[in-house]
Design a protein around this ligand. Structure first.
Ligand code: SAM
Length: 282
């Protein structure tokens, strides 16, 4: 069984960005508990000038804007133009004046307002095709001594939600072999690699704390059927199951539904997750 590639996510600027946008509430609430832990760990205060890398639809960017107001500000940066537009719309609706967005590739971008004192990213920094120069570019966006806070997935085998999902899907379809450090959700699951990447980029004082908590599979308050639908429509291997021979597809979806039934609570499908909370200084 291989879990690492179960969430294969290429083409964030196009199709994957649009998939994330189409289910923004579900995605953001699914990773809400991990995000809350990262936000508390980062400990923003009024006056901070922050860049949120791979900000997606801006859920964390809006929250940072509120935390650093009235004197601080935040820039949300993302490679998906669709997600950046959504973030702008939400910020406008919320009436926040200390937030801006930029559609750019963080691995090479020189964003307006740089350098920043703080950098934040919830699962937005594991998709670089060429990570070493990309992290050097992130370092360049910070003032000397500026702080980076990243949330990245710990190994798939330690993430009960992913391991269980892969365990079921792997019985019905062939899961791609894992490629260590390949761009994707689990690219930075190895603490030694994280330290090397950051240190080579010029960061120091690297600390890596482990957070374990809940993953709300399929989003907050999802039913088992909604979680199955989510997996089949947004994960590449879920799509592969959806397209499989009908008998295989039906058996696989039924087993997935039975899995989610075991974890069903009023909060949704609550499964165990593990994330590295990474801090370092430019
Ligand atoms: C897993 S999503 C997380 C979104 C957001 N941080 C959140 O927690 O809601 C990953 C995000 O990283 C963005 N991303 C991927 N590669 C990027 C790059 N090279 N530059 C900027 N953003 C990137 C994607 O477009 C996507 O919005």
């Amino acid at each position: 069984m291989t879990a690492d590639q179960t969430l294969a996510t290429d083409d964030w600027a196009g199709e994957m960005g649009r998939k994330w946008l189409a289910r923004l509430d579900r995605f953001e609430s699914m990773i809400g508990p991990a995000g809350a832990a990262l936000m508390a760990h980062a400990g923003f205060k009024a006056g901070d000038r922050v860049v949120d890398i791979g900000c997606g639809g801006g859920g964390t960017t809006l929250e940072i804007a509120r935390r650093v107001a009235p004197t601080g500000s935040v820039l949300g940066l993302d490679i998906s133009g669709d997600l950046i537009e959504a973030g702008r719309g939400r910020a406008q609706q919320a009436g926040l004046g200390n937030i801006s967005f930029e559609n750019a590739d963080a691995s090479v971008a020189r964003p307006a307002g740089a350098p920043f004192g703080r950098m934040f990213s919830r699962f937005g920094c594991m998709f670089f095709a060429d990570p070493y120069p990309a992290y050097a570019n992130l370092h360049h966006m910070l003032t000397p001594g500026g702080r980076i806070d990243l949330g990245v997935w710990a190994p798939a085998r330690d993430n009960g939600w992913m391991a269980s999902l892969a365990g079921v899907l792997g019985k019905y379809i062939e899961l791609p072999a894992p490629v260590p450090r390949a761009p994707g959700p689990f690219a930075m699951d190895d603490p030694d690699y994280i330290r090397d990447l950051l240190q080579q980029a010029g960061f120091s004082g690297v600390t890596i704390d482990s957070w374990t908590g809940d993953q709300l599979v399929g989003g907050a308050e999802a039913s088992p059927a909604q979680a199955v639908d989510f997996v089949l429509s947004v994960l590449s291997v879920g799509e592969a199951l959806a397209k499989a021979d009908p008998a295989i597809r039906d058996q696989g979806t039924e087993e997935l539904r039975a899995l989610f039934e075991q974890f069903h609570t009023p909060r949704g499908i609550v499964m165990p997750a593990k994330v590295w909370l990474v801090t370092a200084y430019a």
